[in-house]
Design a protein around this ligand. Structure first.
Ligand SMILES: Nc1ncnc2c1ncn2[C@@H]1O[C@H](COP(=O)(O)OP(=O)(O)OP(=O)(O)O)[C@@H](O)[C@H]1O
Ligand SMILES: [Mg+2]
Length: 369
């Protein structure tokens, strides 16, 4: 159960050796040269983007500690975990100015002020990070940082390209064409960014990911220890998920839940067990409800969930939901282009969600606040 958990950090990531090497080479070269640059990683959810970048950074940190590579400051900015896109400026400023967050807490500085400092910093000739170090920043869930003006993402793509910059941006997004939508042709050609796309996993790859995690759990166990899951059962889930999304997270979730249900019975999980769990997850009333929703109802529910995750509370203001709906709508509707609903149409979508009690709405001055 432990090794199948999505939060577990396996020592190696099978099937991503190529992508790992590509990212490693690109970032390592920049650090070696002491120059700035941008590595753009794209791919659908659950294809190992975050896990791979984390593994690269861990290795680079280890190399720096053992004097095999150049030292660097590292900061992670996750679009899902900051209240609004401009909050990214404060985090980057802390990193490049050498502020010790662990010791002194976050800087009390507005996004506007941070942007001013960063502009000044990257505009001058004195741009190296603390002690002349480079600064590596992981911009995860970049799609979340798109704004109408697209200024945040623009700046993060642009600063690494300025002469003398030692800023290395590893940008991770779900959509492959995000840089093209943010940068104009002229700027884009100057960027020279390395682009790496993570394809969705095949059945064989999903099987291998599970197998290698279970193999790792075997280390230190007696030889005759009971097998957790039958290989057939793993193949079954791998095939099913590779046909839909190729999301490793779902494979791990289904199998972990299966082991959880079978564990008290002290036997090996079989195909039938996995099938039951997968069916339960798919045929739950919630899943059924979601399947029946319209496009915009789904988008709005997703928008509300993202807001809840970002804010960390289950009550979110309508204004933020609308903004998030806008971002997601743009993300999902490349072709054919789906028009953004008007404010009153959005209210109708909300009404229909609240009619089914999927969400509860509060009106009035109190809630507006
Ligand atoms: N090749 C792999 N080997 C082992 N585990 C993997 C592999 N790829 C993905 N995983 C696991 O699957 C889960 C999802 O991976 P990860 O978070 O890296 O996906 P992601 O591409 O960043 O998705 P998202 O776009 O939703 O952020 C994690 O628990 C990760 O450890
Ligand atoms: Mg991720």
């Amino acid at each position: 159960m432990h090794v199948l958990h999505v939060a577990a950090r396996p020592d190696t990531l099978p099937c991503r050796e190529g992508e790992y090497a590509q990212i490693m080479r690109a970032v390592d070269e920049l650090l070696e040269e002491g120059s700035g640059g941008c590595v753009f990683v794209s791919g659908v959810p659950g294809t190992g983007k975050t896990a791979t970048v984390h593994a690269v950074v861990r290795e680079l940190k280890r190399m720096a500690e053992e004097d095999e590579g150049n030292p660097f400051t590292y900061v992670e900015i996750n679009g899902l975990r900051i209240p609004e896109p401009s909050a990214a400026y404060g985090l980057l400023w802390e990193a490049v100015s050498g502020h010790n967050v662990a010791k002194d807490g976050h800087l009390k500085i507005s996004a506007k002020e941070a942007l001013k400092q960063l502009t000044k910093y990257f505009g001058s000739s004195e741009r190296a990070g603390p002690g002349g170090h480079a600064c590596v920043v992981l911009m995860d869930e970049l799609d979340q940082l798109l704004t109408t003006k697209q200024d945040v993402v623009y700046n993060f793509f642009n600063w690494p390209t300025l002469v003398g910059s030692k800023l290395v941006v590893i940008a991770v997004a779900n959509t492959m064409d995000l840089p093209d939508r943010v940068m104009t042709g002229r700027v884009r050609s100057r960027l020279g960014m390395t682009r790496i796309n993570f394809g969705s996993y095949s059945r064989e790859q999903l099987y291998e990911i599970v197998r290698s995690r279970l193999e790792a759990a075997k280390a230190g166990m007696p030889k005759n220890a009971q097998v957790a899951i039958e290989p057939d059962a793993i193949t079954f889930v791998a095939m099913r998920i590779s046909n839909i999304t190729g999301d490793a997270r779902r494979v791990l979730d289904i199998l972990r839940r299966t082991v959880e249900t079978v564990y008290p019975l002290k036997r090996t999980a079989k195909m039938a067990d996995v099938r039951l769990v997968a069916q339960e997850m798919q045929n739950s009333p919630t899943a059924g409800y979601l399947r029946e929703l319209s496009f915009h109802e789904r988008v709005m529910l997703a928008a509300i969930m993202l807001c809840v995750r970002k804010e960390g509370v289950e009550e979110v203001p309508w204004g933020k939901v609308k903004r998030q709906h806008h971002i997601l709508n743009n993300l999902f509707s490349e072709s054919p282009r789906i028009v953004m609903p008007t404010p009153s149409e959005l209210l109708m979508v909300l009404d229909s969600l609240s009619a089914s009690r999927a969400v509860l709405c509060e009106e009035g001055v109190e809630s507006a606040r």
